[in-house]
Structures are given as C-alpha cells and as structure tokens.
Design a binder for this molecule. Sequence first.
Ligand code: KG4
Ligand code: ZN
Length: 350
Amino acid sequence: MEGSLTCTLAIESSCDDLSCAVLSNDGADDGNGIKILSNIVYSQDYIHSAYGGVVPELASRNHIKTSIPVLRAALSKAGIKLRDIDFISATAGPGLAGSLLVGLMTAKTLSYALKKPFARINHIEGHIFSPFLETQEEFPFIALVISGGHSHIYIVKSHTSILLLGKTRDDACGEAFDKISNYLNYGYPGGRIVDEMAGKGDKKAFNFSLPMKHSGNLDFSFSGLKTQAINIINKLGGPGKLKEETVYNLFASYREAIAGILLKKVLSACKITGVKTIVVSGGVSANSRIRSLFNEILPENGIKPVFPSQGLSTDNAAMIGYVGFFKDKIDPVKDKEGFCNINADPSWEL
Ligand code: KG4
Ligand code: ZN
C-alpha cells in the first residue's frame, strides 16, 4: 500500500449500476487495514427490467443524471470533502463503452481539477479482491468470478500476478439465470428471483446434464443448460402454463446444476494447481445454493471458500477503491500525455 495516500474516492459505472465510494487505508480491524467510509450504489434495475435486460443507451444516459448526486451522497455519508481525497480510482473496463465513459470522465475531470493522482481499475480485479474489504488477504488463491458478464477462473498469486485458467465459452453464469427468468416473465435481473423461488422447490425434480463436465479443462458453457430448461418449459406447455410448484422445482434443479458445474470446475482448479483457497465473487456469488454447497463440500476437501458479503457481491465502487490502493497512479497534471491516454477499454481482459 502507498503509505501517504490514505483516502480514495472510487467510481464504478461499467454496466447499469452507478456507484461512488470513499475508502481510507489508515486502519480497520477487519480486512486489510482499508475501511469503507461510504459505498453508495444507484441501481437502474427499475429502468431495464421493462426490457428484460440492460439497454446500453439508457444506462449511460441515466449515469449522466445520477453521477453527481451519487458522488455527493458518498462524500456526505463519509463526512469527507473533495479536498480531503488523496487519489481517485475508477473502472476503465471491461463493460459497456457508454457506461464506462460517464464514470471515467467524471473521475478524470475530478482528478485533473483537484490535481490528485488517478488509478485506472479493471472491474474484474475489483470483484476478485472484493472479499478482502472484510477479511484478510491470503495468497495464492483460486478466483471464481461469476457475474452478469463473466464466468472466469483465475489463479491469483499476488496483487500483480493474476492468470486466467478458464472461462465461459458462451453465456455468462448470470445470464443463465437472467435468461430463464425472462423466458418465464419473472423479471430482470433474474438471479435473485430464481434463487428465491428455487428455495421452495425440489432440486431433484428435473434432470439437467452438466455442460462441459468431462471437458478436461476449466472452461464453462451455460447456453446449453438454458436450452435444456427452455425445452422442458415448452414440453410442459410453454411460459405461463406451468404450475407454481413446477416452476419452483425447475428453478431448484436448474440452480443445482449451475452450482454443481461451478463446484466441479473449482475442485479441478485446486487439484491442478495445489491451491487450497477459493475466492468466489461477482453478482452470482450472492446465490444461496452456491454458497451453501461450496461451504459444505470444499472444507471436506481441505479447501477454504471465501465469499464477499451479499452487499459486496454485486457491482459497487468500494471494490474498485480497494484495488486502487495497490495500483500505479497516474499524475494528471505532471503527466499530461498519460492523462489524455486514460481511456475506457470495454473488452479489457485481465
Ligand atoms: O457483478 P454484477 O452485479 O454485474 C456484472 O458485473 O455483471 O452481477 C449481476 C448478475 C446478474 O446476472 C444477476 O442476475 C446475478 O448477478 N445475481 C444472482 C443473484 N444475485 C444477483 N445470480 C444468482 N443468484 C443470486 N442470488
Ligand atoms: Zn460486476
């Protein structure tokens, strides 16, 4: 950690949530000495649910409306003035180009006007380190990032050594939940809805074959699972024709299949690498069955599962600020060329 830089203002706007957070590194009992002073998230779910998914143009337009009020709320909750901020952290990718640009331009402008250094952060890196806002870092670990846009497995040896081991070949894990919820008209985002309804069902009611179970690598595929579910629904008469109890059972079986394939792949990752800690993060890590299954089976195999708390699973700026503390900083005033080169990278791979 850079000792003299104790307070960061972080901005995250990669998709449909806009979030601002203030963090200080001058000591917290839990985590790694970094304290969240505020972490405000403005969710646009109420806008995009009508369309069954994120509409990029609406997301960026609404970020423009909400960026200043959310920024003010984060500063006010933290009891911090802009002049007390030591550096600015912001997400530069991956994500939706228009959405990223709103947060990034807000952050660049603040950095330039306040003459404070700037940290350009990768969104996935934010998710990977999000649990360490609340618990001690332990290297090396396997990182499973499961969100609306990603299903990736990495081996993380240090803050600067993150290596991709496997990823989805098609849909992200969150999409698998969102698309099936949409198909049955239960709304967007569907992950939480499917999770809650699955809690009332029988996980053994329907049989799903687990995609890429025997692939011999650490890649995933979720689109076939979604097709299996759609075929079952159509055989039962199509959306709107299923009894409530049947939907509960279908969701329970579907969630079990997703949790099962994720578990299988992380167990393989631990076997291949010899690593004994698994960090699960991203919006889907809020899933109650993934948490209970991992917490039950991994310790039996001598592996420690680590999850962020529910509030830090989905997109938030605190995780971006956390990574900001150990990233190189760009000085916007001294390094004008570097400042001009701070750009969004919608497909930034770690
Ligand atoms: O990390 P995140 O907030 O945004 C992205 O970076 O994509 O993840 C959002 C995803 C959505 O697909 C949402 O349906 C899913 O996380 N999600 C869940 C749950 N809560 C949110 N999926 C399964 N179970 C949940 N409880
Ligand atoms: Zn995310």
